[in-house]
Write a protein that binds this ligand. Sequence first.
Ligand code: ZN
Length: 435
Amino acid sequence: MNFDLGIRCDYLLSMTKNSWDRDFFIGVTGSKIIEVAPWKNQKAKKFIDAKNKVVLPGLINSHNHLAMSLFKGVADDDSLQKWLYDYILPLEAKLLNPEFVRIGTELATLESISFGVTTTCDMYYFEDVVGDVLDRAGVRGLIGEAILDFPVPDNKDQSGNDFKILDKMRERFKSHERITPCLAPHSPYACGDETIKKVVKYADKYDLKILMHLSETEKEMHDSQTQFQMTPLKRMEKLGLLEHHCIFAHCVCITEQDIDLIVDKNCGVAYCPESNMKLGSGVAPIPKLLSKGARVGLGTDGSASNNDLSLFREMDCGAKLQKLSSKDPMAMSAFQALQLATIKGAQALGIENKVGSLEVGKEADIIIVDLSSPHMQPVNNVISQLVYSTSGLEVDTVICNGKILFEGHQVLSLDQEKILSEAKRMQSKIQGFLK
Ligand SMILES: [Zn+2]
């Protein structure tokens, strides 16, 4: 058989088991993986010899605000309240428009692809623009239009423009193979009961997934208990939100009952360790969620609270944070961290039948990581190498939906030079505002 694309894998990490194979072959035709087998001189129109490299599934970023990449560094080392109300919200009110979102998303997508991310779950304003960029870039995306109770850049007069954008997104990406429109009610504290009921009604009508920040801080939990006499999650259940596939970012402060509810209702959880550490929010009970069978993925959150989009660094921090906080080095293994960024991330987003592992019949979302640098040698254990030694810069090749998007340290689907110069132009606007 002559495949469209063939990869000879020195190391293959399919994520179907807690080990790797040596000298294997992956054959791709169209968008799909057609063969995963030992190397025996298979032929392909485009052939990649991944000598001294490891081949693994494309990484899945379960929570992000891509366009916020332009805000990196504007408000570090401050409280969440100050970060949000003194910097991010005023900056967004002043500067955000479709052009800003396009440039920020392009910049973040350049970064994400170069770090081996092939799927991003994003929530922001003007999310139709985000969908356009991800489509052009050739990656996969769940795009969630943000819905809040107060005026925001794409719904300044509260006239329902957010739902108009959703209508546009549904039409534009109807049956799109890589882009999935979603509803993104920002958080329980930014959405009153009436807003959540509207979201549920829309999700009922069009069968959409729901993305939301949930139980990020102790304050959020405390305020919900005081105002509603129940946890933020319980309130969402009462309002009917959990009847849809929900993907909740953070889940730092959740109760035992919340954990059971998350498992019962098959909710996805996006673990965002670096953002939680940087904003001093706390540690999500991920080992407990995993032991009860919850669908947990890994997210960077936006660049304003991280400040990079490398899931390799996120895996490293995510595993170590669990070990540190529990004083137990076995609290999260390197393999578990890799699962969160691949197959379990796919489960959290409800796309595990398509991506997250390298298996025959799945979409060809594949990355190749170079092992030849001094810091990557010797390769005693390729799984721990990927989690504890890799920064993201070692990514050599990125393939999504069967197409090569990154090769020779170049993103092939976007114009890097143009995007970087436009990002500089936006930087001067941001600096003007901060003065
Ligand atoms: Zn977030």
